[in-house]
Write a protein that binds this ligand. Structure first.
Ligand code: NAP
Length: 461
């Protein structure tokens, strides 16, 4: 056929792998293109869409989840087909997709965590924040994650917003959490929690913290929580020029440090310029963390980095949550860069390694493209930029065989392969079930946290 790919007579076939914010924003940008026709198949590992909006955003940040209404509209567009419960690399392979799609967009996020690289970090009781977040959010992978909250003190390592989320969840009154969509198993465990103090360790100073000011302020408003900041650790801060966030953070921290009116049975303690150097165990379990005091030294590229001073102290603790950043996991048959832990790309075009040749028809968006940074909205621009590359490549695209262009071909393929996929209407049945259970308890929803149960509810309905 001589019609160009993307014309009305020859709509482009596009697969998006991953139904999180970056995947949805790629679809949004594709649907906005003028004089461009496509049918888009959206694949997702779980029956439930929304990625980190469901599995990452903290349950007490409900307003951040309203963005799912936009995602629903996109998924319900006549050109878009959702295939939930389909895992890339096991249910469908890279080579299968190449037969059916002119362009593939990887929107798989960053599923793993970075390690601290210190002794004892694999002891029982020392966990990645990713697991803890997944656990309280009802992520099926962490349904059986065993969290022991019988200790008095938890140490959270890292100064980003994920660290803020896990710390806040640990000190918030369970009755407050009971109004949210927190997973029932987590709520139950947090009701029994013996944790009375969370100590957050920032390896650099407060002026270098990655958390944002609204997240910091929240701690001052939590009932029953005393916020502890040592005024000495706020001294001699050099705020980078025009760094408004650092200025605001410091101002809030100074307010916290000056407050004398606070009482609270749970304590939130912010420490700065300290790094964990060893997690100390007792009978195979976390018992304490040895920390080293740091000083700031120039990092050689205009910033400041932490350098140990050789002054140590030991903090007793029963649990350590490391929140030092996420990283991507390689996908079978898709290039991956072991150094940057991302899918190598130029302007969203996947390349064979960093600086390597472009892989025709394959693209990347979101955290898998740029690394784990930015808020949900950051993905909108980022995905749109990849779509610009996709559009520019269309004229030179070889494309798939035209007999494979009919969207029904993929449906037939999945059925023939015995893949038990879930379409969007079916997800909406599960959504309605969760919301109805939530309404009974004046909560936004009660999450179903096992895939088998999700499928059972969907099929029963
Ligand atoms: P992040 O913002 O990159 O923060 C990582 C933190 O870990 C930094 O404070 C970093 O310190 C520290 N760190 C790294 N390696 C360390 C080590 N070996 N020892 C001690 N500390 C170490 O990552 P994140 O918190 O995982 O968040 C990921 C993204 O999601 C961010 O863009 C975040 O804003 C976003 N997010 C947003 C929200 C929200 O809007 N409410 C909620 C959750 C997540 P250095 O600065 O010294 O490297």
């Amino acid at each position: 056929m001589s019609e160009p790919i993307g014309s009305q007579a020859r709509p482009a076939r596009i697969a998006v792998i991953g139904a999180g914010p970056a995947g949805f924003y790629a679809i949004e940008a594709l649907l906005k293109q003028q004089n461009f026709y496509s049918t888009i198949d959206l694949f997702n590992r779980f029956p439930t869409p929304y990625g980190l909006v469901r599995d990452g955003v903290a349950p007490d940040h409900e307003s951040m989840k309203t963005v799912t209404r936009t995602y629903d509209k996109l998924a319900e567009h006549t050109s878009v087909h959702y295939f939930g419960n389909v895992t890339f690399g096991s249910d469908i392979q890279h080579d299968d997709l190449k037969q059916f799609y002119d362009q593939i967009v990887y929107a798989v996020g960053a599923q793993a965590d970075r390690k601290m690289g210190i002794a004892g970090e694999d002891l029982t009781g020392s966990y990645p924040a990713t697991a803890f977040v997944g656990w309280y959010n009802g992520h099926p992978d962490y349904r059986d994650f065993e969290v022991d909250l019988s200790c008095e003190r938890v140490i959270v390592v890292g100064n980003g917003n994920v660290a803020m989320d896990v710390a806040r969840l640990l000190v918030t009154a369970p009755d407050e959490l009971a109004k949210t969509d927190i997973a029932d198993h987590a709520l139950e465990a947090l009701r029994e929690s013996q944790v009375r103090e969370v100590v957050m360790l920032g390896r650099r100073g407060p002026a270098q913290a990655a958390f944002t000011t609204p997240e910091l302020r929240e701690f001052g408003k939590l009932a029953g929580v005393k916020v502890i900041v040592d005024p000495q650790e706020l001294e001699n801060q050099v705020i980078p020029l025009n760094d408004k966030m650092a200025e605001r953070n410091l101002s809030v921290l100074r307010d916290f440090a000056a407050r004398t009116d606070q009482i609270g049975e749970r304590h939130m303690h912010f420490r700065f310029l300290v790094s964990p150097v060893e997690v100390i165990g007792e009978n195979g379990k976390v018992a304490a963390v040895r920390i080293e005091r740091n000083e700031l030294v120039p990092d050689g590229s205009g910033g400041m980095k932490a350098k140990g001073t050789g002054v140590y102290e030991t903090l007793d603790a029963g649990m350590v949550l490391r929140s030092v950043g996420y990283c991507c996991v390689p996908l079978p048959d898709v290039p991956f860069d072991d150094k940057t832990l991302k899918i190598p790309n130029v302007a969203g075009r996947v390349t064979q390694g960093v600086g390597g040749e472009v892989v025709a028809g394959e693209y990347v968006v979101g955290w898998a493209k740029r690394g784990p940074s930015g808020v949900i909205g950051t993905n909108r621009q980022d995905s749109a930029a990849t779509v610009v590359s996709m559009m520019a490549d269309l004229p030179n695209l070889e494309g798939i065989a035209d007999e494979n262009r009919d969207p029904q071909k993929m449906i037939d393929f999945l059925k023939a392969s015995g893949v038990d996929y879930v379409n969007y209407e079916e997800w909406k049945r599960l959504d309605a079930h969760e919301s109805a259970r939530g309404a009974e308890q004046s909560r936004p929803r009660v999450k179903v946290t096992r895939i088998s149960e999700m499928i059972e509810i969907i099929r029963r309905a």
